[in-house]
Design a protein. Structure first.
Length: 347
């Protein structure tokens, strides 16, 4: 009986500590920058604290190390004349994948220093924005702007060997002018078999599927929306219930009204936070791992911002502009931007 009582007390103590998690004190945030000439990098995948995989705007893919050294770099061309502009990358636990924007849409598998085209789509409206794999590394998903009256979504269930496009019959209808932003490869998020995708333009909404993208629901958000480049640019979830969306108006990057919101019901409803307060426009938001959804970083061309209370209040920690951030662990992240890669270390 005493052993059972002690176990119950220990369990209650763990629950209490989780609910009352106190963010740590960060004494310094150091960003080391490495130049990558002649390419714009919006898509990265952190490997570890020493290495990051990236794909750039000039058909370039490869690894960058913490010493600034490039490894296994490739310059990919399609039919020797088309240079893919990559803005999406994904990793299935073995191979990397890079997906281009524009027509034709080109998806390459990167394995052992070689590239192989595994999907091609030709249409005047083709524009793929982001991609990722689910936790099982077999199911993968990529999302693009509508070529008809729904989102363009392609799926794989064999680790990326083959990809199929979903019919609009199986997807929510989009409003005229509703699409996505290829800003950081983070307008899509997966946990287990669940995926969330964030739209912008005429509407700023959340598409959600709980079965690897087979069936879908769609939910409204209070993020700024309408004509032009305004809406949700990035989404992340700390767990299946708690998430955050950010964005704004790319054409008015200093505006900070209705550009960030949080959910605690898995994306069905959203509440604005820090409204009319900084940070302003951001292209990428990410939870810091193992911080119970409290610590968050957001980056954009307006700088780097940090929250330690779940997104309610923020502090600018760097003025340098970046497109994307991807965490390795609780203390280390990689960043990317125009002609550069960055490594961020929390102390």
């Amino acid at each position: 009986m005493k052993r059972i009582s002690l176990l119950i007390l220990a369990f209650l103590f763990i629950i209490s500590c989780t609910k009352n998690y106190q963010p740590r004190i960060i004494n310094a945030i150091d960003i080391k920058e490495f130049k990558v000439p002649n390419t714009s990098i919006r898509a990265i995948k952190a490997v570890d604290e020493k290495t990051v995989f990236y794909a750039g705007s000039q058909g370039d893919v490869g690894f960058k190390t913490a010493q600034g050294v490039s490894l296994n770099g490739l310059n990919i061309k399609y039919q020797d004349s088309i240079v893919p502009h990559f803005r999406s990358v994904a990793f299935n636990g073995k191979d990397y994948f890079a997906l281009s924007v524009g027509n034709p849409g080109l998806l390459y598998q990167i394995s052992e220093g070689k590239s192989q085209l595994v999907y091609k789509e030709t249409h005047e409206k083709v524009f793929y924005d982001a991609m990722t794999f689910f936790d099982d590394n077999l199911h993968g998903i990529a999302v693009g702007d509508p070529t008809e009256n729904c989102a363009s979504i392609i799926l794989t269930s064999d680790g990326g060997k083959t990809w199929q496009k979903l019919s609009c019959d199986n997807l929510p209808k989009f409003e005229e002018g509703e699409a996505f932003f290829a800003a950081s490869n983070t307008n899509i998020k997966t946990i287990d078999s669940t995926v969330w995708i964030a739209s912008g333009g005429a509407k700023a909404r959340i598409l959600k599927s709980d079965d690897f993208g087979q069936t879908w629901s769609i939910y409204n958000t209070p993020i700024i929306q309408g004509n032009g480049p305004q809406g949700i640019y990035t989404i992340d979830f700390a767990d299946k219930n708690n998430g955050i969306i950010m964005g704004g108006n790319y054409a008015k990057p200093l505006a900070n009204k209705a550009n960030k919101a949080i959910t605690n019901d898995g994306g069905k409803t959203w509440t604005l936070v820090a409204d009319n307060q900084n940070p302003n426009y951001k292209s990428c938001v990410q939870y810091v791992p193992n911080t119970h959804g409290k610590e968050i970083f957001a980056v954009g061309k307006t700088g780097v911002s940090f929250s330690n209370d779940g997104g309610n209040t923020w502090k600018e920690v760097a003025k340098e502009g970046y497109y994307a951030i991807d965490f390795v662990d609780q203390n280390t992240a990689w960043l990317s931007g125009p002609e550069k890669i960055g490594k961020l270390v929390l102390e």
